[in-house]
Design a protein around this ligand. Structure first.
Ligand SMILES: [Zn+2]
Length: 237
């Protein structure tokens, strides 16, 4: 396994590091982004934790490539704000369409270059979807007809098996969000694109734990991690 650090939007005020983690064997490419919104802290912590585990060799990718962007919008993260404009409304919507922000443009260019078969965007949101289906907290979202749907359903099922409090269980949401990274990856790159949303009123440790476990599940679905790796990393909740 080989980890290399690179820079996105290099030499601009939006510059942010990203990591290419290559297994020794050929396989799928998975792109994981976090911090598109700067105040969704647990998703950023989970991405950083994943990187730490990989660096320490506590997790290994044998097959395929992971492209990890732990903090897309560093300026927003520093201020703990969502970000202005909302970056997740600025990705290109059409073929030949342009991103409406330098950061989403750089991120989408990277995705175009790497042609990931999976695109996983980590977020946090209000509320608990099990209690109020209008809320996005504790959901996994994919576009309608997405090839990711079976894996998303399996992941939610797997997650809920170990979440004893019904109110905290995850639900699957299908829909389209124009201008989002997921939409662009789904429509323009034909990737299996998934948005992960934990509820930000839950304890931080719990949210980071959920994010990690979902990542493990999806990385296993893409064959980057072995299923066993999921259970070897301690789960806290
Ligand atoms: Zn968000």
């Amino acid at each position: 396994m080989e980890i290399s650090k690179r820079l996105l939007a290099k030499a601009t005020k939006f510059q942010t590091p990203y990591y290419v983690i290559k297994g020794n064997l050929a396989g799928h490419t998975v792109m994981v982004t976090s911090g598109v919104h700067g105040k969704e802290i647990a998703s950023i912590r989970a991405a950083k934790k994943l990187l730490r585990l990989l660096k320490k060799g506590e997790l290994r990718i044998d097959k395929g490539t992971l492209i990890l962007v732990p903090v897309v919008n560093r300026r927003a993260y520093k201020l703990r704000i969502r970000g202005v404009p909302d970056l997740n409304r600025t990705f290109p919507g059409k073929r030949k369409g342009k991103a409406r922000h330098p950061l989403s443009a750089a991120l989408f260019r990277l995705a175009e270059q790497e042609q990931p078969s999976w695109y996983v965007d980590l977020h946090e949101a209000n509320g608990l979807s099990k209690i109020n289906p209008k809320r996005l907290g504790q959901t996994l979202i994919a576009n309608r007809k997405s090839k990711a749907i079976p894996a998303v359903k399996r992941t939610v099922k797997q997650m809920n098996r170990s979440i004893s409090r019904k109110s905290r269980q995850f639900t699957v949401r299908l829909g389209s969000l124009p201008g989002s990274g997921r939409n662009a990856a789904h429509r323009l790159l034909k990737a299996k694109a998934v948005t992960v949303e934990t509820c930000w009123s839950l304890p931080m440790k719990t949210r980071v734990g959920y994010q990690m476990e979902i990542l493990h599940n999806l990385l296993a679905e893409a064959d980057l991690l072995q299923r066993g790796a999921v259970s070897r990393v301690k789960r806290k909740r």
